[in-house]
Design a protein around this ligand. Structure first.
Ligand code: NAD
Ligand code: DAU
Length: 334
């Protein structure tokens, strides 16, 4: 039995990953360490709660003594825990620096003290910054442009330094934009789908021509599992879906699928420091033997249907002070 410590497992990708791992592997046990910030939600994991291989611990990855005791009983650390939303990092960067950098440091310190078989850092394609043409490779310079992506870059390189300096067996994945079930309704797809269902405006930043590469969350989960088994220690792996779309294309697709009027499209001021385009080369992970399985055109419909069928999951999340911040910042109701 391998003991996994998964941090941030009550969030969007972490909860999908826990479900994926418990379904796929009978010989693992999982501790989910999550602070339950606004983005952490135990309802994401209702179906696995009673699985004897799963244990939830409410706590902060910045809490050195808690982290130390949990890492001590673990073989593998998977670090998802982070503040993850770019707009929130523009409004209030503090928690991003604390969790994304200092929290990762605490996990690394405990991992080097106790020795783990693998430490995998869930990094992001945003560490590279924006690219007008072509694709980012793992060896390209890191040029993050928001407090979120800069804090993730700090963590990414700190993890690498523990490999070079202390021989910690680390791996790093850098994934593109995920979509799928259980995504907090503040990100482009989850916000626009839920707003469209409610007949509310879809607030498009700037000209709507920024490009993101969309990766279905189940593909991200399979890539992490694959890299844990097959990745070379100390290496970074890009994980992309190969589905580049402008925000306007995504908006039109959502409106068409939900049979909602074009008049819901609302152009508002641009995000500060807004990266124009993200695009990854996934040659390296492909050569190792992984590639995405899900077809965007099918998985996006499944995703939209999931939000239609799980209204009670997201309705109660659309409240709180972030809505006030968004309104004062963008002059737009969410
Ligand atoms: P999310 O915001 O949905 O979830 C983050 C989780 O971390 C929440 O459950 C939250 O409670 C928890 N958390 C926050 N601070 C914590 C702390 N101090 N201690 C313990 N737990 C804490 O995020 P997500 O979209 O699921 O992203 C997960 C990870 O994947 C992040 O590291 C993010 O940078 C990375 N990533 C996300 C995407 C994407 O498109 N969403 C793409 C690439 C990489
Ligand atoms: O690329 C990976 C990253 O993707 C992850 O590391 C981040 O955690 C995740 O939040 C995501 O960052 P983005 O900034 O790309 O995602 P977001 O969904 O916030 O925005 C996607 C695009 O949609 C971006 O160009 C901004 C635009 N947008 C977003 C929102 C929330 C709008 O036009 N209007 C909106 O209201």
């Amino acid at each position: 039995m391998k003991q996994f410590l998964i941090t941030g497992g009550a969030g969007f990708i972490g909860s999908n990953f826990i479900r994926y791992m418990l379904d796929k592997h009978s010989d693992i046990k999982i501790i989910n360490l999550d602070k339950l910030t606004y983005a952490g939600n135990l309802e994401n994991l209702k179906d696995v709660e009673s699985d004897s291989r799963y244990r939830f611990v409410k706590g902060d990855i910045c809490d050195g003594s808690l982290v130390d005791s949990l890492v001590q009983e673990s073989d593998v650390v998977v670090n998802f825990a982070a503040e993850s939303h770019v707009d929130r990092s523009i409004g209030k960067p503090d928690d991003f620096i604390q969790t994304d950098i200092f929290g990762t440091f605490q996990l690394l310190e405990a991992s080097r003290k106790h020795g783990v078989d693998r430490f995998i850092q869930i990094s992001t394609d945003e560490v590279y910054g924006s690219i007008d043409k072509g694709l980012f490779e793992e060896t390209d310079p890191l040029m993050p442009s928001s407090p979120y992506s800069a804090s993730k870059t700090g963590a990414d390189r700190l993890v690498y330094s523990y490999y070079v300096t202390y021989d910690l067996p680390i791996l790093i994945t850098r994934a593109s934009n995920n979509y799928g079930p259980y995504q907090y309704p503040e990100k482009l797809i989850s916000l626009f789908v839920t707003n469209a269902i409610e007949g509310k405006p879809l607030p498009i930043y700037g000209d709507g021509l920024n490009v993101r590469d969309w990766l279905y969350v189940a593909d991200h989960c399979s890539a992490i599992d694959f890299v844990l088994d097959n990745g070379k220690i100390g290496e970074v792996y890009n994980v992309g879906g190969g589905n580049e779309k402008t925000n306007l294309e995504i908006t039109d697709l959502i409106l068409k699928t939900l049979n909602k009027p074009d008049t819901l499209k609302t152009f508002i001021k641009d995000r500060e420091g807004h990266d124009r385009r993200y695009a990854l080369s996934i040659q390296k992970i492909k050569e190792l033997g992984w590639q995405p399985e899900y077809i965007f055109e099918d998985a996006i419909i499944e995703t939209i249907t999931w939000y239609q069928e799980n209204r009670e999951w997201w309705e109660k999340l659309k409240n709180g002070e972030y809505l006030d911040y968004y309104k004062s910042h963008y002059n737009q109701d969410l």
